[in-house]
Design a protein around this ligand. Structure first.
Ligand SMILES: [Zn+2]
Length: 512
């Protein structure tokens, strides 16, 4: 098997390539930019795996290097992406890499005969934020990437390009938060650290288990029936389900601290992040059995020899708070900085208003932490009462879904189906749809009913986030949007070419 990878030098790729090459019949072809740092990585790989590692120097934005990368290969694992915190600081690069890079790659595959199987890494960020009203989520749920999150928004568009491209064989993996060894070093210097609400529901997965999943997918003989041409949520399952607060606490516990000693309650966003617990992440586990580590295993595994923790253990928590955390509050990506610098757009997105921000309790004793409630452990077993509706009869076998089901689903999305025929069960052939704003678009029933996408023009943000207005017309969105947004919030959030953010009241949309 020849397995081509983009993003091979990133946090997942670095672990995945050696893992895949444990299988002696595999050869990896890797796309690298020609930099001194990458040359070092390549030298290491070459000395370990010899000619089973081949390098293509180039860039995801260059079709010629992509053609070289994928020619004759069996699988393509597309990991290349700009992720937060970098994605928060360079939106242009994020769109260029995450969206345009995917477009180039998909076009290359089709031009090269469309026989390679594409494994695309998407993200839980496509769904946006959830609080406890709907803390369980699954594939097919609405895609509401957080306001100003270029990473999540670029993944929505990239996914859609794949779904509508006519690729023969693909799979989209919506990866949850990944625990990887250098995550501390990569995040400790950025205000992103404070963007996770303390009551966010996160189903983590470790980088080792992600790498194992990839190895299993490309090593599976015969192919798992029914796996391909689908989207999956990828998470570590019950033992990896935590809240934001618990995650911070796990990390600080290793240096003898705790989140309460090191953070203040109002340092963190209240909303507009992402993550929830997956009610459907068992599906990939059943196919490929890749779960070997829990969150606790992760922290225990690398805590002892990590220099950050060795250093941390020498300092009392109060000093970590003063020396490490407080300076971070002034970072451009930190909620406290948005408040102190009068960044109205960010403040509203993260807190709803200054009043709401000021109402956050000063003492941890007054904060209602979900993870400290009685019955919290039971919350980790999926409860279908928290599932969102997808707007059609899901108990019906897929082979029987027909035009009536499409009409029902379209109406739940505030629009309609324009096509007047559909072969029952044909989830692939595109139909014409119309959104409430009158945009007409061609999409497969899979894209709409199963993948959670809707109008590519008004529901796929890039320069403008308009979910307050959209939710007034789209019950599919409204069922979850109002968990964390007031019905009287009529904001349009905008980002210009230079990355300047703004927010304005939408006067065209007022509550009836
Ligand atoms: Zn539209």
């Amino acid at each position: 098997m020849i397995i081509a990878l983009t993003g091979a030098g990133g946090s997942i790729g670095t672990v995945a390539v050696p893992k895949i090459l444990e299988n002696k019949e595999h050869e990896c072809r890797l796309l690298f930019r020609d930099t001194a740092e990458n040359r070092k990585k390549i030298k290491k790989l070459k000395s370990r795996f010899g000619n089973r590692v081949r390098i293509v120097f180039g860039d995801i934005s260059d079709p010629e290097s992509l053609n070289k990368l994928i020619r004759g290969c069996d699988y393509i694992i597309h990991l290349a992406a700009v992720i937060p915190p970098k994605a928060d600081h360079d939106e242009q690069l994020t769109w260029k890499t995450n969206y345009e890079g995917t477009v180039h790659l998909v076009d290359s595959i089709i031009e090269n005969g469309n026989s390679a199987k594409l494994i695309f890494f998407s993200s839980v960020a496509v769904y946006g934020f959830r609080n406890e009203a709907h803390y369980w989520g699954r594939v097919g749920d609405p895609l509401l990437p957080s306001v100003f999150d270029a990473y999540g928004a670029s993944k929505v568009k990239a996914e859609r390009y794949i779904l509508e491209s006519g690729l023969n064989t693909w799979v989209i993996l919506r990866e949850s938060g990944v625990l990887y060894d250098s995550m501390m070093m990569k995040n400790i210097g950025d205000g992103l650290l404070f963007q996770t609400p303390v009551n966010a529901f996160i189903e983590w997965i470790t980088v080792n288990d992600t790498a194992l999943l990839l190895k299993q997918i490309v090593s599976s003989e015969p192919e798992k029936e029914g796996f391909w041409n689908n989207i999956y949520n990828i998470g570590g399952g019950r033992e990896c389900r935590e809240t934001g607060y618990e995650t911070y606490n796990d990390g600080f516990a290793l240096i003898g601290g705790s989140a309460k000693k090191i953070f203040e309650p109002n340092w963190h966003c209240q909303r507009n992040f992402h993550c929830f617990w997956f009610s459907d992440s068992e599906k990939t586990e059943e196919y490929y059995h890749f779960r070997t580590e829990t969150c606790k295993d992760f922290w225990n595994r690398f805590s002892g020899n990590h220099k950050l923790f060795r250093l941390g253990r020498l300092l009392p928590p109060s000093l970590i708070k003063t020396l490490v955390m407080k300076p971070l509050l002034k970072d451009k990506n930190a909620p406290s900085y948005w408040i102190s610098s009068g960044n109205e757009a960010r403040t509203i997105a993260a807190f709803e208003s200054m009043e709401k921000y000021k109402a956050i309790p000063e003492s941890w004793d007054e904060v209602d932490l979900v993870c400290e409630r009685e019955g919290y452990e039971e919350m980790k077993d999926h409860d279908p009462r928290y599932d969102l509706s997808h707007g059609y009869d899901e108990s019906k076998p897929e082979a029987e879904l027909d035009l009536e089901d499409m009409k029902e689903a379209a109406s739940f999305r505030g629009g309609k189906v324009m096509s007047d025929t559909m072969t029952p069960g044909d989830m692939k052939t595109k139909l014409f749809w119309q959104c409430h704003n009158g945009h007409i678009f061609a999409s497969s029933p899979y894209t709409i009913l199963k993948a959670g996408h809707w109008c590519p023009e008004c529901c796929s943000p890039k320069e403008e986030w308009n979910f307050d207005a959209l939710s007034k017309h789209i019950p599919f969105f409204a069922q979850v949007w109002y968990d964390t947004h007031g019905r009287d919030e009529n904001y349009i959030y905008k980002v210009d070419e230079k990355g300047n953010l703004s927010v304005e009241k939408d006067v065209s949309e007022t509550e009836d």
